[in-house]
Design a protein around this ligand. Structure first.
Ligand SMILES: Cc1cc2nc3c(=O)[nH]c(=O)nc-3n(C[C@H](O)[C@H](O)[C@H](O)COP(=O)(O)OP(=O)(O)OC[C@H]3O[C@@H](n4cnc5c(N)ncnc54)[C@H](O)[C@@H]3O)c2cc1C
Ligand code: SF4
Length: 318
């Protein structure tokens, strides 16, 4: 690890005024410290701005039909909150599926949404693979190498790394928004739009809150995650669903895939396959097939197509 200046911020304003190029925010540190220790970036940050020292940023409360979660709320607090479990079950299940108890006790919702990709070429120690995500003149090693955990729904700027966050697909299914010190951003617009970044945040912008509107009555939710090991493992594929049933048929559905695309992927064909129908095994099967329509897997990740299809079917039936 190289040396850097450590700044404890006591307010959001203090944190953002300390930020800028060459500076990084630290919350729980469960992702950032790994990035710093393995020195994967070509340039090392000169300063780290600690936001855990800002008081009252870890709340979980409901106000005017909107769930409000402070950026420093930990994944354990979210997973264990009776309010979240009762009304926003997909989010509670997603938070509970992250890593291990230790990671969930330290990891925050803000950090979970802003974490870096896990592509093994990108995360190789000492910047060993200086790929195009770090250097626009570089190449994508995953395209020509081992791409078993990469996107099956295209690239962002040529990078096929998959979005690793478990909570992001759940928040997209629940139509959430991300509040920063500057603006409110629909979660669907928050994730990668640029090969070098994981979010649309500017250098002097931090997440302060996540807002989730209360789901309509009759909305059933689920979050399912497939991983190689039962604990401490990132998703190979995940799916979050929020399905509103009225009079026995589906009035509205949001089905979102995680870990199989550069950003949480709205499977709109699967949503359409459900609307107006009663949920049966064959309807769920059709929706699973529709969810992976248009998938373009690479040499080593074709298995993700049937796996994701099955996961969608199971989430709908759940
Ligand atoms: C072994 C292991 C297993 C893991 N398993 C999973 C898993 O299964 N699922 C999963 O989703 N994640 C997993 N993670 C990743 C990580 O632990 C979680 O995503 C965690 O929620 C990150 O939160 P944090 O507060 O620790 O973030 P930090 O490490 O503090 O920050 C992560 C990134 O977000 C930025 N950031 C943090 N907070 C803010 C903010 N408020 N505003 C703007 N930027 C911010 C930081 O600058 C940094 O770039 C795993 C990590 C490890 C080491
Ligand atoms: S998938 Fe992205 S992060 Fe991985 S090697 Fe290719 S460009 Fe780099």
């Amino acid at each position: 690890m190289e040396k850097f200046t450590h700044i404890d911020a006591s307010t959001v304003e203090e944190a953002v005024s300390a930020l800028g190029a060459g500076k990084a925010v630290i919350a729980g540190g469960t992702d950032l410290l790994g990035v710093l220790k393995t020195e994967i970036h070509p340039a090392y940050p000169e300063a780290i701005v600690n936001i855990k020292t800002i008081p009252n940023m870890g709340y979980i409360e409901e106000e005017g039909g909107v769930l409000k979660i402070g950026a420093l709320a930990t994944l354990s607090e979210i997973a264990e909150s009776s309010l979240v479990k009762d009304k926003y079950a997909a989010l509670a299940q997603a938070a509970d599926a992250v890593g291990s108890p230790l990671l969930r006790n330290m990891g925050t919702i803000g950090g979970n949404l802003c974490q870096e990709v896990r592509c093994w070429y990108y995360r190789a120690r000492k910047n060993y693979f200086n790929c195009m995500r770090k250097n626009p003149a570089g190449i994508c090693y995953a395209l020509i190498g081992d791409n078993r955990y990469h996107s099956i729904f295209g690239a962002v700027g040529g990078c096929i790394a998959a979005s690793p966050s478990d909570t992001a697909p759940a928040l997209v299914a629940l139509n959430a928004s991300v509040v920063t010190n500057k603006r409110t951003i629909a979660i669907e617009d928050f994730c990668t739009v640029d090969v070098a970044k994981t979010t649309v945040l500017a250098d002097d912008e931090i997440v302060t809150e996540v807002q989730v509107p209360e789901p309509k009555s009759g909305t059933k939710q689920a979050f399912l995650k497939f991983r190689t090991r039962k604990t401490i493992d990132f998703a190979i594929s995940s799916v979050a669903t929020a399905i509103t049933v009225e009079g026995g048929t589906v009035a509205d559905a949001r089905i979102v895939l995680g870990a199989v695309a550069p950003v949480p992927y709205r499977a709109t064909d699967a949503e359409d396959a459900l609307k107006g129908k009663a949920i049966t095994e064959s309807v769920a099967e059709e929706a699973g097939t529709a969810a992976v329509k248009g998938a373009t897997p690479y040499t080593y990740n074709t298995y993700l197509v049937p796996l994701t299809k099955g996961l969608v079917k199971r989430a709908i039936l759940a």
